[in-house]
Design a protein around this ligand. Sequence first.
Ligand code: FES
Length: 277
Amino acid sequence: MYVYRVVKRRQLASAPCIVLLEVEAPAVAAKVEPGQFVIVRMDEQSERIPLTVMDFDREKGTITIVIQDVGYSSAMINSMEEGSHFLDFVGPLGVPSEIENLGTVVCIGGGLGVAPVYPIARALKEAGNKLISVIGARSADILILEEEMAAISDELVIATDDGSKGVKGFVTNGLEQIIAQGTKIDAIWAIGPVVMMRSVANFTRPLGIKTIVSMNPIMVDGTGMCGACRLSVGDETKFACVDGPEFDGHLVDFDLAMKRLSFYKDEEERAKISKDC
Ligand code: FES
C-alpha cells in the first residue's frame, strides 16, 4: 500500500488557518492537469473531502493542496506535520481546464480560490496568453500566494476588502480597474467563494466577456453520488464533481448553488473544533 507522505507544510495565514501541504502521490502527479481535484482522507475515522490541486511536480511525484480551516476535517488536516501520512489520496478527478492561446486572459482568485486558479493561470501563460491576475482577500494578512501569482503574471492586481493592500474593495473592483485602462480581455477564469463568482459573472455578462467559474466549493463527496453539487447550468442539470468543476459562469444558477451550499451549515457548525494553526 502506498503512503501519501506530507513532505512540506507551510502556513499561509493564521486566522483563519490556511496551510499548504505538499504530498507524495506519484500516480496522481503523473496524470493531473490544471483544474482537477483530489479526494483525501486523513485516517480511518476521517471523512473524505474533495480539494482542488494547487500545484504538482511530475518529477518529484508530488501534489500540493491548500486547506482552510472551516470545520472538523479541515482543522485536522491543517494540523498534519511534515512526515505524517494521508490514508487515501485519490485522483486526479474532474474535467481539466481547457487551456489554449486566447490572447489576453484575466485569472481571478478570491480568498482560498487563489490556490486552484494558480495552476490554471500558469498553464494559460505557458500557452502564450498575456496573463493579468487579480487576487483578493478580506485583508492583507490572509492574502495567499501573492509571490507565486506575481511570478507568473504579466500584471498583478491586488484587492482587499479593508484596503490594507492594493485596491480597496472586491476582486470585481480590481477587474473594473483593468477594464477602465482599456484592456481588451478575451476570457476570464474566476475562482473563489460562490458569492464572488456570482459577482464576477454578473459584472462580465453585459460586457460579453467569456467567464469560467469553478464550482468546487459546493462539492461534498466529490464522487457523483451525494448529489450535493447538483447545478443548473443554462437549461441543463449538471454535477460539479463529474461534469465540472468548471462551467460557463454566465449560465450557472448561482442562487440555487448558494442554497445547496448552506445545506450542511448546522452540522458543520456542530463539528467545529478548535486547533492551533
Ligand atoms: Fe457529491 Fe458531486 S459532490 S455528487
